[in-house]
Write a protein that binds this ligand. Sequence first.
Ligand code: ADP
Ligand code: MG
Length: 240
Amino acid sequence: RKSVVRITTGSQALDELLGGGIETLCITEAFGEFRSGKTQLAHTLCVSTQLPLHMHGGNGKVAYIDTEGTFRPERIVPIAERFGMDANAVLDNIIYARAYTYEHQYNLLLGLAAKMAEEPFRLLIVDSVIALFRVDFSGRGELAERQQKLAQMLSRLTKIAEEFNVAVYITNQVIADPGGGMFITDPKKPAGGHVLAHAATIRLMLRKSKGEQRVCKIFDAPNLPEGEAVFQITTGGLMD
Ligand code: ADP
Ligand code: MG
């Protein structure tokens, strides 16, 4: 039996909201508007995953699938320094791939699974999980096929999480809620419909606050305590 590992986000408040950090063996989704901090959390996790277990890390390598071209290796350097790690060693342990179509994204996952069988990985990032689907299936009448392919991709991610005891961190976009109206104060919801809602074990809703301050809330989980975590985005990654 594999035992769950919890990886620090860099923010104690956010870790507490998550019950200790981002968990292995399942999918954690973050959604929120542009600049809400989804990619910055990904960068911080790239480093913290490599910390030893007693420092709330995962003692493992990281796989990063980037569909939007927003990974910045130079951002890793000050984050590694903040955690007292050697930046070059940290960068060497991040396996990075840019995906250009949803099929490419899927094939990258197949290749990664082979790699994970040989080397100790503890985190897989897909930033964003849905962007390419929204481009590749943008036509009217393509929604059913899109959702079917998305389900296939998510089931592959779940399998990787369970087989290799890896934390899967995916990002998602917000879309206008067509059911929203003048009586709904925030007519925004995560993209991906029921398919994504069922695949993600934990859904984090991020929003901007003052300056570099951000707020995270757990979305749609009646079994988890209500609450918010406030954190800052800094040069050294997420912090309280
Ligand atoms: P998302 O992926 O949700 O669109 P990001 O994670 O890219 O958003 O967040 C971008 C924000 O992160 C920027 O608007 C800025 O506020 C903050 N940020 C990015 N880099 C730094 C940095 N080096 N120092 C402080 N804040 C930063
Ligand atoms: Mg982003």
